[in-house]
Design a protein around this ligand. Structure first.
Ligand code: AMP
Length: 210
């Protein structure tokens, strides 16, 4: 299964990707997590990406395309993968096609902007392993502590309300056209956000025929 998860920032792509990757036994490639790790480690890619990521702007296509091409060439991707947060622009999707990447499905999680803004204020992220939690919908077992690795959870700088509004505007302008791109290729499936994470997972599984 080669799956692309589409949806606004905060739609739950990362959360659902984690659940699906465990269920299907395939890796998730999250460009956001890769970029944040690169920034933390001060690599050349991280230094280049920092100002874009922190201000909620898209990192230039060529940077992201390079990262994903390298990552997809790794052994664990041979049997399939879930792309979370890439492609985010038409040129990125075209680059995947040019690279011979034939995906099975682009699945869009549909959430209203007002719900996203509300939801992002409760998001907590692990700066060490990238895991994501929500204070109400998906709280960690111990408050403020990552379930996976025990690090102290933080609020992503780009989750500040004014940055979230900019990221939503970017989503509608640059990323949402990907729905038509994949619909034209007969690859688009959409699911509506549900009141709980589990209910959204159930909708996704139904859409994918799992
Ligand atoms: P995310 O964790 O998916 O919300 O991504 C966080 C930030 O990383 C985005 O706001 C962008 O600055 C950057 N980013 C992640 N994926 C991409 C992508 N495919 N294209 C451009 N920028 C990206």
């Amino acid at each position: 299964m080669k799956l692309i998860l589409l949806g606004a920032p905060g739609a739950g792509k990362g959360t659902q990707a984690d659940i699906l990757s465990k269920k299907l036994g395939i890796s998730t490639i999250s460009t956001g997590n890769i970029l944040r790790a690169a920034m933390k480690n001060g690599t050349p890619v991280g230094l280049r990406a920092k100002e874009y990521v922190e201000s909620g702007k898209l990192v230039p296509d060529e940077v992201v395309i390079g990262i994903v091409q390298e990552r997809l060439a790794e052994k664990d991707c041979a049997g399939g993968y879930i792309l979370d947060g890439m492609p985010r622009t038409i040129p990125q999707a075209e680059a995947l096609e040019r690279g011979g990447i034939d995906i099975d499905c682009a699945l869009s999680i549909e959430v209203e902007d007002a719900v996203i803004v509300e939801r992002m204020s409760g998001r907590r992220t692990c700066p060490d392993c990238g895991a994501s939690f929500h204070i109400k919908a998906n709280p960690p077992k111990a408050e403020g502590i990552c379930d996976n690795c025990g690090a102290a959870l933080t609020i992503r700088r780009d989750d500040a309300p004014e940055t979230v509004r900019d990221r939503l505007a970017t989503y509608h302008a640059e990323t949402e056209p990907l729905k038509a791109f994949y619909a034209e290729r007969g690859k688009l499936k959409t699911v509506d956000n549900q009141p709980t994470i589990e209910a959204t997972t159930a909708e996704i599984e139904k859409a994918l025929g799992l």
